[in-house]
Unconditional design. Structure first.
Length: 319
């Protein structure tokens, strides 16, 4: 008997699965994709005695495959917050679909589990852009402001990773991201790991570039020589400082308007999160089942503050 966990690769889908498997651990085959990839059940070939859990994936897009899997003898548990259209009535289909405003799949799972892993539900709410609701949940849970901010950043970073036309466009494939998250019952502990911090840095820098921040920076000679105007760390810090300054000078409404103007356009049009070439190559090698790339430095040149390197890379059986 095989169990399949089918989930949207965004923050809501991942956090919903995290809660569910923390409460009810089980070995499963993961089926997922980029945020906009909703037709996931077509990849599942479950039969008699197999079970399928579906999280944060539109029933309307997958209804035909639900009926196909039920006809093959599978049992399905479907948890989602999107408008499902007509839902099949079948003894082996269990549905928990709530289309209420400001609902997320992570919050539905939280309700089913009686709040057993509430902090991960809050991460899902932040990731699904239910910011006021998530802030209220933080207050109800007695979280300090810095703790609420940590969950907000984590939710946004996880969601940022899910935007792309295909899985190869992402910083981290959603199944690999979930596997990294799975050992952490505490999202605060995971938020301190290198990966979410790297995603948050890339997210801030990406928005800063889209807003045209680099051309407005006034830098000293050393910073110019160090190419600070193109540094992810610098751009991210500057963008955050600008939003903070706007909040202090003009208030929350003006700061919110700016954030929504910059971020909403990015979410609607972004086809891929930018990736470092080395990360892209290593992920491609893993997807093709090759050994990790081996790097060798051939040459280095230039002044100490702006070195240039020539690197040779080899992948076994490819060269």
């Amino acid at each position: 008997m095989t169990h399949y966990d089918v989930f949207n690769g965004d923050a809501d889908g991942i956090c919903a699965l995290q809660q569910l498997r923390l409460a009810h651990p089980r070995t499963s085959t993961l089926v997922t994709g980029v945020k906009r990839d909703n037709a996931l059940l077509e990849r599942v070939n479950a039969g008699e005695g197999d079970t399928v859990t579906v999280l944060d994936v539109s029933y309307r897009r997958n209804g035909d495959d639900v009926e196909r899997l039920l006809a093959a003898g599978a049992r399905i548990r479907y948890i989602d917050h999107h408008d499902p259209g007509a839902v099949t009535d079948h003894p082996r289909l269990e549905t928990h679909i709530d289309t209420a405003p400001r609902m997320s799949t992570g919050l539905i799972v939280d309700r089913l589990l009686g709040g057993a892993h509430r902090d991960w539900a809050i991460v899902s709410a932040f990731g699904d852009n239910h910011l006021r609701l998530a802030a209220r949940l933080c207050a109800d849970a007695g979280l300090a402001p810095d703790e609420a901010e940590a969950l907000r950043r984590l939710g946004i970073a996880l969601n940022y990773n899910s935007y792309g036309l295909r899985v190869a466009d992402l910083h981290v494939t959603p199944d690999a991201l979930y596997r990294q998250i799975a050992p952490f019952a505490d999202p605060f502990e995971f938020a301190r790991q290198p990966l979410p911090r790297e995603l948050w840095k890339n997210y801030r820098a990406d928005i800063a570039r889209a807003a045209g921040v680099p051309k407005h920076l006034i830098l000293g000679k050393q910073a110019r020589d160090d190419c600070a105007a193109d540094s992810d760390n610098v751009l991210g810090d500057v963008m955050e400082a600008l939003i903070g300054a706007l909040y202090l000078e003009a208030g929350l409404d003006e700061a919110r308007t700016l954030v929504r103007r910059l971020w909403a356009d990015r979410v609607d049009t972004q086809t891929a999160a930018p990736r470092h070439p080395k990360s892209a190559l290593q992920e491609w090698a893993a997807e093709q089942r090759h050994k990790p790339p081996v790097y060798e430095m051939i040459e280095q040149s230039g002044p100490a503050h702006q070195r240039s390197f020539t690197i040779r890379v080899e992948i076994a059986r490819i060269g």
